[in-house]
Design a protein around this ligand. Structure first.
Ligand code: GSH
Length: 326
């Protein structure tokens, strides 16, 4: 774990002292958008047109935020537009590295760490060195490092260039998707991190109870409809999925999110399997990287770095839900 300060790497765990033991996520800094014609997107600068051979995606297979981008790349058939490099699952003193190991795909330009990529984009970069990163080979810069925005652009930017059809953020459902995303981000996607990285009892309880209230609410919603916005899968489902997938294998024990498991919720468990079984999605899932990352990187939570063998989960067991893609 570490961060960059004016282009220099510093090691250190998240500082929760000033916030009463609370984990506060910092805002990502590269916020440009790839658009069909290179015009500016909702934030950042213009100049990033949807083109083949220009962009590169850096991910961790362990990370739920980066996982979203791999899912949209698969759903939209963007493989030829977006080659991928995959970091090693262990994130310790040097942050994310490309140290060779099964499933690691090196940086084509020979970077040893993700820090190298950030300072290549900005030699004076200060901030966290996170994945995912969407890289522009033409300008040698980072287009965007915010997963919520990267999946939005993947949803439509390459549509005129041969992307697979499908709109996971349809105009008619945007208000509903935005509202679901906001609630689920704060209490579930980031809620598990707030519980797991809390260093005080109050901070932990402030996160863990709203997390389970929200899972209960989602279970109820999914008892009357197949997906969060009805019978079709939308962006809101994929954003929830990457957290649900990691919940029982990691968050229940490692992050102490243990009031219930996903397998205890009949609808959430069925829903998670339906999304997992969607064509192209299981190939984006690597439980060795997922479990290895959390249990072997966070030494203040799990100092022995021993990875638990279980739980035994059958994500391939058929689901009752019929996946209707956008
Ligand atoms: N807001 C970012 C968050 C990404 C993020 O926090 N990624 C984690 C991995 S799961 C990371 O790289 N953490 C490294 C760090 O915080 O130093 C996004 O959604 O893209």
């Amino acid at each position: 774990m570490g961060f960059a300060e004016n282009g220099v790497w510093n090691t250190g765990w998240y500082d929760t002292k000033a916030s009463g033991g609370r984990f506060l996520r910092t805002t990502t800094q590269f916020r440009n958008w790839i658009t069909p014609d290179g015009s500016a997107g909702p934030s950042g600068a213009a100049g990033f047109a949807a083109e083949e051979g220009r962009y590169h995606l850096y991910v961790s297979l362990a990370c739920p935020w980066a996982h979203r981008t791999l899912i949209f790349r698969a759903l939209k058939g963007l493989e030829r537009f977006l080659p991928v490099s995959t970091v090693n699952w262990i994130m310790r003193e040097r942050g994310w590295t490309f140290d060779p190991a099964p499933g690691v795909v090196a940086d084509p330009h020979g970077a040893a760490t993700m820090f190298d990529i950030y300072v290549r984009a900005d030699p004076h970069y200060s901030g966290r060195v996170t994945v995912p990163v969407l890289w522009d080979k033409q300008t040698n810069s980072i287009v965007n490092n915010e997963s919520a925005e990267i999946i939005r652009m993947f949803n439509s930017a390459f549509d005129g260039k041969g992307a697979r059809s499908g709109d996971y953020y349809p105009a008619a459902q945007r208000t509903e998707i935005d509202a679901l995303n906001a609630r689920i981000y704060d209490r579930v996607n980031n809620g598990v991190y707030k519980a797991g990285f809390a260093t005080s009892q109050d901070a932990y309880e402030e996160a863990v109870f709203p997390l389970f209230e929200t899972l209960d609410w989602l279970e109820d919603r999914l008892s009357t409809q197949a997906f969060l916005c009805g019978d079709r899968v939308t962006e809101a489902d994929w954003r929830l999925f990457t957290t649900l997938l990691r919940f029982d294998p990691v968050y229940v024990s490692h992050f102490k999110c243990n009031l219930r498991r996903i397998v205890d919720y009949p609808n959430l468990w069925d829903y998670t399997r339906a999304l997992y079984q969607t064509p192209g999605i299981a190939e984006t899932v690597n439980f060795q990287h997922i479990k290895g990352h959390y249990f072997q990187s966070h030494d203040m939570i799990n100092p022995t770095a021993v990875v638990p063998a279980g739980p035994l989960l059958d994500f391939a067991r058929p689901s009752e839900r019929q996946v209707v893609l956008a």
